[in-house]
Design a protein around this ligand. Structure first.
Ligand code: OGA
Ligand code: MN
Length: 288
């Protein structure tokens, strides 16, 4: 197995390993690399859906998906192909929902226990566009001066699905009952990674405002922190090929998708690793 770090603060490419037949020793090296680089690219891993799920479970119990478009609760469809085979239009419900992913975010931060990791697998990709990009919130924290760090430490942000979808108009994909199951939640603005002890900024498009601060002022602060954070050398971009799978650490990186020309299919499937703690979205965990 070979781990090749990128030339920026996050991201590495892992090759010469069969993820479908992983030894415990190889898994340990992958986990170490995951903690160090936060984004791991496995080019042309060519996993089946079962293998994708099995590899994802190495990271921990999975989350149930929000979407009912998928047959399996472990799989989120990030696809512009609707059930009837038609391609999502930029302004229909599916198109608007997908558009939301173009803004820097961290998965499931609108849930009480946010996601630990995501593993995204490419099935079909357009010839141009549709790259995904990640930003290192550990390096972003490290780059802040001490006065700013002291000012931010202890602040709590409200994250809300209704808020983030209201900006893109993508809420129509959920029923009222599903929306009611996603009330606004609170997360600290600064998180400490449980494995590495490194601090990172926890922001992104689901973050609406800051507790105890004027709403507009908090929103402006969140926007400014995100803007400043997501700059070189803290950003890492991947051009997809069918069969690639990428794992990222939602606790310490933001990500966003880049647009592609309207027309070609882009079919991606994602598993989401549940965050630690009492997590209602974790499959089989509370029952176990
Ligand atoms: C995701 C996501 C962006 C993309 O899978 O969580 O935000 O490029 N994807 O598809
Ligand atoms: Mn995402």
């Amino acid at each position: 197995m070979k781990v090749t770090p990128s030339d920026v603060t996050l991201g590495a490419t892992v090759t010469e390993v069969s993820l479908a037949a992983l030894s415990d020793d190889q898994w340990q090296r992958i986990e170490e690399a995951f903690h160090q680089y936060a984004v791991l690219i496995f080019p042309k891993a060519d996993l089946t859906e079962d293998e994708h799920i099995a590899f994802s479970r190495r990271f921990g119990p999975l989350e149930r998906t929000l979407s009912k478009r998928t047959a399996r609760q472990e799989i989120s469809l990030l696809s512009n192909v609707a059930k009837d085979g038609s391609i999502a239009k930029p302004d229909d419900a599916l198109g608007l929902f997908l558009k939301g992913n173009r803004y820097w975010h961290t998965d499931s931060s609108f849930k009480k226990v946010a996601a630990k990791a995501s593993l995204l697998r490419a099935l079909e990709v357009p010839d141009t566009g549709g790259d995904t990009e990640w930003a290192d919130m550990r390096a972003a924290w490290d780059a802040l001066d001490e006065v700013t760090q002291a000012r931010l430490e202890g602040l709590v942000a409200v994250h809300s699905y209704a808020y983030s979808q209201s900006k893109v108009g993508g809420i129509a994909l959920l029923t009222e009952k599903e929306r009611d199951a996603l009330p606004p939640v609170r997360h600290p603005l600064v998180r400490t990674h449980p494995a590495t002890g490194r601090k990172s900024l926890y922001v992104g498009r689901h973050a609406s405002h800051i507790i105890g601060m004027d709403e507009e002022e908090g929103r402006a602060l969140l926007a400014k922190l995100t803007e400043d954070a997501c700059q070189p050398p803290r950003i890492f971009r991947h051009r997809w090929h069918a069969g690639d799978i990428v794992a990222w650490d939602n606790r310490c990186v933001l990500h966003r998708g880049h647009p592609w020309p309207f027309g070609p299919p882009r079919v991606m499937r994602r598993t989401t690793v549940a965050g630690d703690g009492e997590n209602l979205w974790a499959i089989g965990k509370l029952e176990a």
